[in-house]
Design a protein around this ligand. Structure first.
Ligand code: FPP
Length: 264
């Protein structure tokens, strides 16, 4: 199914709803519920994953339309390798096909694609497609779409610690200088703003080892919608929830309101 991403500038600007300021600049999504969606229809779980790929397309399309600059999708966790072998290989096949089929369209619509996670575990053809997608779309600026594959928040933090320790051992870094900003610069997505809004489909209310460091101050929204049914309406609902939240980042509500009014 070809992607029908809009390139009409008239619809790239938010057409309805909130002022751009109240829209999240970075949305991170745990796409859960493919298996249950299929099982409820008496179909194999892999059918749910295939339909989940269509929901990915619809989500990217709607974020583009709304001018959301960063989107991060959890496609495969470090823990998903423990699923039945047939499901894992079907997912790998799906990622490969999705890259073959969609990358050209994504590129035409200004999508910059990146991957976070340990790609070493993937087959060479898949890694080759991933490298090609990153290279092809590197200059695009309409939206950055980060796909987390073989990703885990603990893996991310451990890898960041290891890199810092290696620099310390080489004498390039004083361990006493390792602070929050030093760690923040090493974790995945360091060159992008931290997610403003986290959405999890499928009804469960947990983070499941997604961006543990990066989600420290992110607003969390959970929906019962199973991922293959997820679309523009669910995103708009999450944006409305987000717009209604008061983000305090550890301050008092009064301090936040005074700062918003420009008070010193
Ligand atoms: C979780 O649902 C979903 C996954 C482990 C895979 C996510 C993959 C896709 C959305 C398909 C394609 C993605 C891309 C980026 C092309 P689940 O299987 O855990 O569902 P369940 O909780 O109902 O069992």
């Amino acid at each position: 199914m070809p992607m029908s991403l809009t390139s009409d500038p008239a619809v790239v600007a938010p057409a309805t709803g909130h002022a751009p300021k109240s829209l999240p600049q970075h949305v991170a999504i745990v796409m859960d519920g493919n298996g249950r969606w299929a099982e409820r229809r008496g179909k194999p779980r892999n059918y749910g994953h295939r339909m989940g790929a269509s929901a990915v397309r619809a989500t990217v399309e709607h974020c583009l339309r709304r001018g959301i600059p960063h989107l991060t999708l959890f496609a495969f966790s470090s823990e998903n390798w423990a699923r039945p072998a047939g499901e894992v290989s079907a997912l790998m096949g799906l990622f490969l096909k999705a890259l073959d089929r969609e990358v050209g369209q994504l590129d035409q619509h200004g999508v910059r694609l990146d991957f976070i996670g340990d790609a070493d575990a993937f087959s060479e053809p898949l890694r080759e497609r991933m490298r090609h997608a990153v290279e092809l779309t590197r200059q695009n600026t309409a939206i950055r779409v980060n796909v987390a594959v073989n990703y885990g928040g603990r893996w991310d933090l451990a890898a960041a610690c290891r890199r810092l320790a290696e620099r310390a051992v080489r004498g390039e870094l004083d361990p006493a200088s390792i602070d929050i900003s030093a760690v923040a610069a090493e974790v995945a997505l360091a060159d992008q703003p931290e997610p403003d809004l986290f959405i999890r489909s499928g009804g469960d209310q947990r983070i499941s080892n997604f961006l543990l460091w990066q989600l420290a101050y992110t607003e969390l929204v959970f929906t019962e919608t199973l991922w293959p049914d997820f679309g523009a309406a669910d995103l708009e609902h999450a944006f409305s929830e987000y717009a209604a939240r008061e983000r305090r980042f550890g301050l008092t509500g009064e301090q936040v309101r005074r700062a918003a009014q420009g008070a010193p």
